[in-house]
Design a protein around this ligand. Structure first.
Ligand code: COA
Length: 211
């Protein structure tokens, strides 16, 4: 449970995040977050495929205007500098602080990946990214949303539960690196008006800018 002060600053930061379709130019920054976030990172060619060849894919990045990143934690500053993302110009290129991707097909949206850069977690960015996926799934008339998550990944499970995902099954030894089980989670009432109201309330709490 976060304090009122934390909630205010989270809302301020997450409201300044801009969600944009992922482009090929984003891939180096996405790969840096990917490698810092997952034990078995996707290869770069997987992102190239999703962006250029998969019509069912919807991949996005979360950008922070460079001015918001004036005092980022130092490891991130080093990384951003290495990627050429830090510039003294006030209107310089934005930082990529997170990303996600999903596939939408025959009424089902499947969230394939989502990550926030480790130095920017706990500031509402994951929620902004997830909300953007769910809004797009609604726009594409998905009836349900599914995903898999490691049984040990409690932060991600909490995020998903907050947005109405419920555990509906388990895939034994799903992850090849440590043979960990995956929980299969879905939002079963995704297309119902009650869920729409819940999503609107969560978006309002995050001070999501109007679409
Ligand atoms: C899961 C992840 C994307 C969350 O991103 P984030 O930007 O930190 O998320 P937010 O700040 O928006 O937090 C949203 C909610 O997630 C949950 N959460 C996030 N971090 C948490 C933590 N360390 N412990 C428990 N719950 C946590 C909380 O429910 C939180 O809501 P609250 O602030 O109202 O308590 C991030 O931890 C991440 O990138 N993890 C590594 C990659 C990964 O595991 N992806 C999921 C693969 S299935």
């Amino acid at each position: 449970m976060s304090s009122p002060t934390e909630r205010v600053s989270k809302a301020r930061l997450s409201a300044r995040v801009r969600i944009a379709p992922m482009t090929l130019d984003d891939i180096p920054a996405v790969m840096a977050i990917e490698r810092a976030s997952f034990p078995r990172p996707w290869p770069e060619r997987a992102y190239r495929y999703e962006l250029t060849e998969n019509p069912n894919a919807y991949f996005i990045v979360a950008h922070l205007p460079i001015t918001d990143a004036a005092s980022p934690p130092s490891p991130w500053r080093k990384l951003a500098a290495r990627l050429g993302l830090l510039t003294p110009a006030p209107n310089g290129p934005p930082l990529v602080v997170g990303f996600a991707g999903m596939w939408v097909q025959v009424g089902e949206a499947h969230i394939a990946t989502i990550a926030t850069h480790p130095d920017w977690r706990g500031r509402g960015i994951g929620q902004r990214i997830l909300l953007a996926l769910l809004r797009e799934a609604q726009r594409r008339q998905a009836q349900t949303v599914t995903l898999e998550v490691r049984v040990s990944n409690l932060p991600a499970q909490r995020l998903y539960q907050k947005y109405g995902f419920r555990e509906v099954g388990r895939r034994k030894a799903y992850y090849q690196d440590n043979r960990e089980d995956a929980l299969l989670m879905t939002i079963t009432d995704f297309a119902l008006p009650d869920y729409q109201a819940r999503l609107d309330a969560l978006a309002a709490a995050l001070a999501e800018p109007a679409a």
